[in-house]
Write a protein that binds this ligand. Structure first.
Ligand SMILES: [Zn+2]
Length: 220
């Protein structure tokens, strides 16, 4: 895919690990001494043309204590473009605001099937980059004030597997988010750990692998 090179772009590279990381992502990147998670490109709500939130998204001081992985139950599109990632981010926001009556997109971040990242709940991206607070999303009952919600485009409760680009970007995002907030790699969960749901499908089966790859991407 001619989009593949985009997903390995990084705005910032940290030290030796970043230089190694430029050749590959996540588990493909050999851990190095002093390795550290690299910052992935994330398209802000402004970049993908989000609607303003219907109200003010609460800012929570300090760090979340876990990441929770979701899937969006959208079609498993073969369109891996950045434009599709933006269209999907809009679809999610419309569904959450108009369908569910929420103030904004409920997920803090969304990973497209093509490996593009978008900010979901408005404000989540600058908060992540600063690492001193986070935005309360609406993704997991009872966990929204203590967890970052990361959703994957597509439906994975029915035997489908995520494209490699999506998986690798998920690893990169989780590693960076864990670093920014000092969250142990073991504290990555799936929605079904906290409620009766099929979400996030096969991503839940793969949580041990995800935690391992995140640990490696952090150089830990
Ligand atoms: Zn979910």
């Amino acid at each position: 895919m001619d989009n593949d090179h985009h997903r390995i772009r990084r705005r910032t590279l940290f030290g030796a690990a970043g230089l190694l990381g430029a050749a590959g992502l996540g588990a493909l990147t050999a851990p190095a001494a002093n390795a550290q998670a690299v910052e992935p490109d994330i398209d802000s709500t402004a970049a993908w043309g989000a609607r303003p939130p219907n109200g003010t998204n609460p800012v929570i001081a300090g760090s979340p204590n876990k990441l929770i992985v979701h899937h969006t139950v959208s079609a498993n599109t073969a369109d891996f473009s950045r434009a599709q990632a933006h269209a999907h981010a809009k679809w999610v926001q419309d569904l959450h605001m108009d369908g569910n009556g929420w103030r904004d997109s409920g997920y803090n971040f969304v990973v497209s099937r093509g490996g593009w990242l978008t900010e979901g709940t408005t404000g989540s991206l600058p908060a992540l980059l600063a690492g001193a607070s986070f935005i309360q999303g609406a993704h997991t009952s009872g966990q929204n004030t203590q967890a970052i919600g990361i959703a994957n485009e597509g439906s994975y409760h029915d035997g489908a597997v995520p494209p490699a680009a999506q998986w690798e970007t998920l690893v990169t995002l989780c590693a960076f988010t864990c670093e920014q907030y000092a969250i142990p790699s073991s504290e990555i969960y799936g929605h079904m750990d906290f409620g009766s749901t099929l979400c996030p499908g096969i991503f839940h089966d793969r949580l041990p692998q995800l935690r391992d790859e995140v640990e490696t991407a952090r150089g830990l």
